[in-house]
Design a protein around this ligand. Structure first.
Ligand SMILES: Cc1cc2nc3c(=O)[nH]c(=O)nc-3n(C[C@H](O)[C@H](O)[C@H](O)COP(=O)(O)O)c2cc1C
Length: 200
């Protein structure tokens, strides 16, 4: 495992293995693998089974397409995500197909689909690194994304590599520490803010 999560309780190894790398091997992701990642997203649950997600995909073997997606990212993300072999942009449909009303759970559902994609990627030795750092209006213009659809996140996908080492350190030391809030900070019972007994 490259950069495992130091969990407080046991979890499935896919969850322990998943992380957001900033370094990728120079190895292409074959189309069948990419199809499986998107298939994993496809089978996410969604409110009323509306599947309010779309994925725009660009691979580095098509440099013109890749550069178009890369140009949507903020410079701080372009610097590392440009090394990944695959970039994606997730887009949510904000209203229900069934009645045109606002779908309050569209972002929830695209998050679930994205999580499934990330775990499928992890299971295949790949990693998906999500990014809020992109220009949504630039993306809307680049891809003619219609009104009623919201660009949500960019994603870099590839085979993770060890980061460059700080001077005098091993390459493993280049990984950012994995940190999370403890369960007691966000698992409540009886009253908002009151930690559930099982979380203390
Ligand atoms: C919606 C979303 C937006 C994010 N935006 C960025 C980003 O713009 N740039 C970046 O380097 N990482 C970004 N991240 C990665 C997070 O910083 C990362 O998931 C978090 O630090 C936890 O690390 P881990 O994924 O390795 O467990 C984003 C993650 C998510 C889910």
């Amino acid at each position: 495992m490259l950069n495992p999560a130091p969990t407080d309780h046991p979890v499935h190894e896919l969850i322990q293995q998943r992380f957001s790398p900033k370094a990728f091997l120079k190895r292409a992701v074959d189309p069948a693998t990419l199809q499986s990642l998107l298939e994993a997203a496809r089978w996410a649950p969604s409110s009323f089974n509306e599947q309010p997600w779309a994925f725009i995909v660009a691979t580095s073997d098509r440099p013109e397409d890749f550069e178009r997606l890369l140009a949507c990212l903020v410079p701080g993300n372009q610097s590392w995500a440009g090394q990944a072999p695959v970039l994606m942009l997730t887009v949510a449909k904000l209203a229900f197909d069934r009645n045109g009303r606002p779908n309050r759970h569209a972002l929830h559902d695209i998050g679930l689909a994205s999580a499934q994609l990330a775990l499928e990627a992890t299971g295949r030795g790949l990693a998906a690194h999500f990014m809020a750092g992109f220009d949504a209006e630039h993306a809307r213009g680049t891809y003619d994304i219609p009104e009623g659809f919201e660009p949500v996140a960019a994603v870099a996908v590839g085979y993770p590599d060890k980061p460059e080492a700080p001077p005098g350190e091993t390459r493993e030391a280049g990984f950012a520490p994995r940190r999370r809030k403890p369960l007691k900070d966000f698992v409540f019972a009886r009253k908002w803010g009151e930690s559930a007994a099982l979380a203390t």
